[in-house]
Design a binder for this molecule. Structure first.
Ligand code: URP
Ligand code: ZN
Ligand code: ZN
Ligand code: ZN
Length: 480
């Protein structure tokens, strides 16, 4: 047993002075002022600290085969870096082989993730359509605890799906009570612009943002919102990076459509000036999709979070070291796309969000854990501090500062996109499943201690619309 004593509990709803007792099964047993320590119970002094639900990162790619490489943080090192930063759960992405079985890929990812030090769950990508995909979406939702499917509108010739697949998959997910996630960029436009840039001899990483301008994201966001609207389905747009996509989401929500938007910590604070770095590697390390944007987009993203139009924050944690990035030395389209972030998301959000007054501490909890838990239907097991919830907690020091650096981070990658950034607000202690896994700079993560988290379909937060859709007569029959 572990008693967290003397802290201020902060949830998405309120803040109050309370102790938190964690039981031996890794759950919260009691939340109350002045709990007497049971015999033999460890006591952790949380005086002066905020006690918040551990962060949930709904978008990571650990050891993912991608663009001829495999991302360098695996499930052990990546989740360990997460707990060092106060994140106690990830939702990673299962990527099937081209034309292959979703179920087989899910089993592969289960095996890879068995070494995770903290809890994990999976979205499963739909990258093509046939009867087997239709059937396996059913199996995954009924038997495997999967309630979300991912679609890439970009990466033409690899992961990209067309509108026909989107229609079928979103329709199928709707009948199963699952939620579709979408990477919204017009992949045809990206491929066209890439070829044009290469033909003109513009082969460097500074061409990457030119091949994916904001309109490429705005168009795709509007299109998938229209497709989901046509079917009456909810939809979740990952890594929203532009005011264009933010506006599309806000407009859809104002029409009553259930559309969710996720923002990356990186896009909130880093702008497109990184691509002007004369050092090739310096620029290549920032090649990710969507790319970093001109500064004014950040304003829209912060406003989206503060207003509730965008609900979640993530990192799209996808690490590639220098030799991997160098694969695209002569052709920017071959630079593996992705940046690290899992260890620093919480500090970046606190420093640039809460300390600037853009977000309240309650809103911080909402956008770093509670909203994700609700949307992906694991609330209040995760994202809350109530008896019966998993004892995943971060004890937050809102006065302490650190300087972010690859020299001190725990991520298995040779750079940090936030290098040199000084942030105030850090994880002093992290508790995962009732165990202290990070304490005053000491990482005590245990390989394999993380558990697979099943997520049931028909999330209460989405169901009003699902139920409406199922009873309405004028909807198209679920496409096969
Ligand atoms: O550049 C990125 N974001 N890499 C990971 C794959 C994806 O698009 O999410
Ligand atoms: Zn993506
Ligand atoms: Zn991603
Ligand atoms: Zn069907």
């Amino acid at each position: 047993m572990l008693l967290v004593r003397g802290g201020t509990v902060v949830t998405a709803e309120r803040s109050w002075r309370a102790d938190v007792l964690c039981d031996d099964a890794g759950r919260i047993a009691q939340v109350a002022p002045a709990i007497a320590a049971p015999t033999g119970c460890d006591v952790l002094d949380a005086g002066g600290l905020l006690v918040m639900p551990g962060g949930i990162d709904p978008h990571t790619h650990m050891e993912m085969p991608f663009m001829g490489s495999v991302s360098s943080d695996d499930f052990e090192t990546g989740t360990a870096a997460g707990v060092a930063g106060g994140t106690t759960m990830i939702i990673d992405f299962v990527i099937p082989q081209p034309g292959g079985s979703l179920l087989a890929a899910w089993k592969d990812w289960r095996a890879k993730a068995a070494k995770a030090v903290a809890d994990y769950s999976f979205h499963v990508a739909v990258t093509h359509w046939d009867d087997q995909v239709h059937a396996e979406m059913g199996t995954l939702t009924r038997e495997c605890g999967v309630n979300s499917f991912k679609h890439f509108m970009a990466y033409k010739g690899a992961l990209m799906v067309d509108d026909g697949v989107l229609l079928r998959s979103i329709g199928r997910a709707l009948e199963l009570g699952a939620l579709c996630n979408v990477h919204a960029e017009n992949g045809d436009a990206v491929a066209f612009l890439q070829q044009d840039l290469l033909r003109r001899g513009l082969t460097g990483p500074d061409s990457h943002p030119l091949s994916r301008p904001p309109a490429v994201e705005g168009e795709a966001a509007q299109r998938v919102i229209a497709i989901a609207g046509l079917l009456g389905a909810p939809v979740y747009i990952v890594h929203v990076s532009t005011e264009d996509a933010t506006a599309a989401i806000a407009a859809a929500r104002a029409r009553g459509q259930r559309v969710y938007g996720e923002v990356l910590a990186q896009h909130l604070v880093i702008d497109d000036s990184v691509y002007a770095d004369p050092d090739w590697l310096g620029a290549a390390r920032h090649v990710m999709s969507p790319p970093f944007r001109p500064k004014h987009h950040q304003k829209a993203l912060w406003a989206g979070l503060a207003s509730g139009q965008l609900q979640t924050t993530a990192t799209d944690h996808c690490c590639f070291c220098a030799p991997q990035k160098l694969q695209g030395r002569d052709d920017f389209t071959r630079i593996p796309n992705g940046t690290p972030g899992i260890e620093d998301r919480m500090s970046v959000l606190w420093h640039h969000g809460v300390r600037t007054g853009r977000l309240t501490p309650q809103e911080f909890v909402a956008v770093t854990s509670a909203n994700t838990a609700r949307i992906f239907n694991i609330y209040p097991r995760k994202g809350a501090i109530v008896p019966g919830a998993d004892a995943d907690l971060v004890l937050w020091d809102d006065a302490a500062s650190r300087t972010i650096s690859a020299a001190t981070h725990h991520q298995n990658v040779d750079y940090n996109v936030f290098e040199g950034m000084q942030v105030t607000g850090l994880a002093r202690h992290t508790i995962s499943g009732g165990r202290l896994v990070w304490t005053d700079g000491d990482l005590r993560a245990v390989r394999g201690a993380g558990r697979y988290v099943e997520r049931p379909c028909f999330a209460p937060d989405l169901t009003a619309q699902l139920r409406l859709n199922r009873t309405s007569g004028d909807l198209p029959a679920g496409p096969k």
